[in-house]
Design a protein around this ligand. Structure first.
Ligand code: SF4
Length: 302
């Protein structure tokens, strides 16, 4: 028995989310929830306890000091929740300096970022954050199509997303872009796929991930954003949309993962190097789905 009791290093307001690739990272919840919190498909921060609020600087500093003492081997830190980049440059700098000082084993800090919040930082400020350890940002672009983005109330456009990502790249921060297969429904499927490919081509992100539109509460909120004119894609249509998207990519070296739990078909490769193989996988899933391994609904872990 430890006496006096040791305070746990970090406190969380549940639920807490992170990208699949941050499974082994320590999550520091520097804010609670998402300051935007309006995207119609997003159910991450809808519980009342997830109302947006930054964690106090004193509380956070105490957590970072305790993590340094109790978890000396941590190498990667993920800053949560939905958009810590909404914090001022000064506050982010203070957080990263504290991590550097009290957790010297950390080699990479990453976070989710909204393009709108990148807009409010200069390239020079982002460079300072990168030098202090912020090496990777995850941007849920969702789509490159302005009409789809408006219907889902993303608060971003093709141009704002592109510009935010390019600014981060200019500062030397790696970028990971997430898109949602099926987000435009049947009517906007093609324009969603083509504009998303244009966005990704313009940005040349280091990482690219796609997930499938899913909702535990049904698509009613999404459909309302489309004035009721929203027909979800069938599994076959999801593959067809992905085929259009991939066929229009011209990427130099982007690590692509379509392995989120929501996906029926797992696709992985480096683009465009592995493009032909990925397209063959998709063709097989479209033409002979019974001969391809596809996740069943109960295996999609939603
Ligand atoms: S910005 Fe991200 S976290 Fe915030 S509501 Fe939209 S999808 Fe959800």
């Amino acid at each position: 028995m430890n006496w006096p009791p040791v305070a746990p290093p970090v406190s969380y307001i549940e639920p807490v989310f992170r990208p699949p690739s941050e499974a082994s990272s320590l999550i520091l919840q520097v804010t609670n929830g998402c300051s935007w919190n309006r995207c119609t498909f997003c159910e991450m921060y809808i519980d009342p306890q997830k109302k947006f609020k930054p964690k106090s600087e004193n509380q956070l500093l105490g957590e970072i000091i305790r993590c340094g003492q109790q978890l000396p081997g941590v190498r990667r830190v993920f800053l949560g929740d939905g958009d810590p980049m909404v914090l001022s440059f000064r506050r982010l700098k203070t957080i990263l300096e504290a991590i550097r000082t009290y957790m010297p084993s950390v080699t990479r800090v990453s976070t989710y970022a909204l393009p709108a919040n990148l807009k409010h930082k200069t390239v020079e400020e982002l460079q300072v954050l990168r030098e202090l350890g912020l090496k990777l940002i995850y941007v849920g672009a969702e789509s490159g199509d302005d009409e789809v983005l408006r219907c889902i109330d993303k608060g971003e456009t093709f141009a704002t997303t592109r510009d935010g990502l390019l600014k981060a790249k200019q500062a030397g921060i790696k970028t990971s872009v997430m898109l949602i297969n099926g987000l435009g429904g049947e009517r906007m499927s093609e324009q969603h796929a083509l504009a998303s490919a244009r966005l990704v081509n313009a940005v040349q992100p280091d990482y690219l991930a796609t997930l499938v539109l899913f909702s535990r509460r049904g698509n009613q909120r999404v459909a309302e954003g489309f004035n009721g004119d929203f027909t979800p894609l069938t599994q076959r249509q999801l593959f067809q949309e992905m085929e259009v998207f991939l066929s229009n990519l011209t990427l130099e070296k982007t690590v692509f993962r379509s392995d989120h739990a929501s996906n029926f078909l797992v696709l992985k490769g480096v683009l465009n190097r592995d493009l032909d193989a990925l397209l063959r996988q998709l063709r097989a899933a479209i033409e002979t789905p019974d001969r391809v391994f596809l996740r069943q609904d109960y295996q999609r872990g939603l």
